[in-house]
Design a protein around this ligand. Structure first.
Ligand code: PPE
Length: 306
């Protein structure tokens, strides 16, 4: 990965190499942490903007609430920390990773009175699923691992421990020569990717998994909003893997993945086998909004410059 100069730790900017924790950090042993993935985009003319900063920070606090972690900071402090880190690192565009975790102190499952700590890292990050992915689309497999059930781990929390499920699915997909995995829920309906929400298009209608077994993705919400504004019908409905196989288009949405078309699933070519017209249109609308070219969605952007 490309390093930056500073990482924000519990309210202070420290040099990247000094942003360390003890090996008995509770979150390292038990997955007791919650995080965010946020992007900042270059808007031209020396200005940049963080995309949907308030929504991401709100979700971080909701994730902490779901895990029962007491946040020692306010939302405003985390938002300021994010902008300060981008500015200190002189990053006109990049990825932002806030992480709140249970620190070291006592060992054992019970987090007890261990400190709850927060870091914010930023770094340049290009396309998540390869440079060709946004145009050519990617190849996916249905995972042999089911997406976590809501009574096991809760998918609305972007919790560190939840990602073991994603890592298992992603490793399996890569080992088998695919780019990404799609998990089914425990009832067999299509759920989401290891780090993305999923959309399909059939007969001009856009469909996405309802929020029961998936992360409440902020890109998902942006896609739904932009698609409806552009006149598309969007349904939040369960669907099965055979409906995905027969879709005219399928694509992932996510902060890291942005809008990544899926060209093949389990050896079946999806639609034309490349980015379809709906995915291309939504990519255009999404990047326009993220880069400050859609006056109707300026409220999604937190501008900064350095
Ligand atoms: N589902 C999962 C499981 C998920 O991890 C993400 C984001 C999404 C859906 C999309 O949510 P949103 O980013 O709010 O649109 N995954 C993050 C982590 C990726 C990583 O490899 O790390 C991300 O995209 O930042």
């Amino acid at each position: 990965m490309q390093k930056a100069d500073f990482i924000w730790m519990d309210g202070k900017l420290v040099p990247w190499a000094d942003a360390n924790v003890h090996v008995l950090t509770h979150g390292l042993h038990y997955g007791t942490g919650v995080f965010e993935g946020i992007r900042a985009y270059d808007c031209g003319n020396g200005t940049s903007a963080v995309f949907r900063l308030h929504d991401h920070v709100r979700r971080l606090f909701n994730s902490a609430k779901i895990l029962g972690l007491k946040m020692p900071l306010t939302e405003a402090e985390v938002e300021k920390g994010i902008v300060d880190t981008l500015v200190a690192n002189r990053l006109p565009a990049g990825y932002i990773r806030p992480l709140t975790f249970v620190g070291d102190g006592e060992m054992g499952v019970f987090p007890g009175r261990n400190p709850v700590r927060t870091i914010i890292a930023t770094w340049p990050w290009g396309t998540y699923l390869g440079p060709e992915a946004l145009d050519a689309g990617i190849r996916v497999r249905i995972s042999s691992f089911a997406r976590i059930h809501a009574n096991t781990l809760m998918s609305k929390a972007k919790a560190a421990g939840n990602y073991v499920n994603s890592v298992l699915a992603k490793n399996e997909a890569i080992q088998d020569g695919y780019d990404e995995a799609i998990m089914l829920d425990t009832n067999g309906f299509v759920s989401e990717g290891s780090g993305e929400n999923l959309f399909i298009v059939r007969h001009g209608i856009i469909k996405t998994t309802p929020l029961t077994s998936v992360l409440d993705g902020i890109t998902r919400d942006s896609v739904i909003t932009l698609a409806r504004e552009a006149g598309y019908e969007v349904q939040e409905q369960l669907f099965t893997r055979d409906e995905l196989y027969c879709a005219d288009e399928a694509f992932f949405s996510g902060t890291a993945a942005e809008i990544t078309p899926i060209r093949e699933c389990d050896g079946r070519v999806i639609g034309a086998g490349k980015a379809g017209p709906v995915a291309k249109k939504l990519q255009e609308l999404f990047f326009n909004a993220a880069k400050g070219n859609n006056p109707a969605h300026k409220d999604w952007l937190t501008a900064y410059s350095f």
